[in-house]
Design a protein around this ligand. Sequence first.
Ligand SMILES: [Zn+2]
Length: 84
Amino acid sequence: MPIFEYACKECGTEFETLVLPGKEPPGACPSCNAPEVERLFSLPAVQTDETRAKSVASAQRRKKKLGEERVQEQRKYEEAHEGH
Ligand SMILES: [Zn+2]
């Protein structure tokens, strides 16, 4: 029988529940009764790392783009405040 872990999006309570195939979502949070619950996936490490690496890579691309603009601003700032 598949028992999955869920976390409540409202209060963060983690709970395990038996989920029959095709019967997701399992229902409301047992603590606050909020219907918004999130499945906690226990994926194999390889998939998790791959997923993490992908999101890290895209985050770094964004950061790099933003970072270059910030570096230029920082240089301007430093130039303006040098030699006082
Ligand atoms: Zn809750």
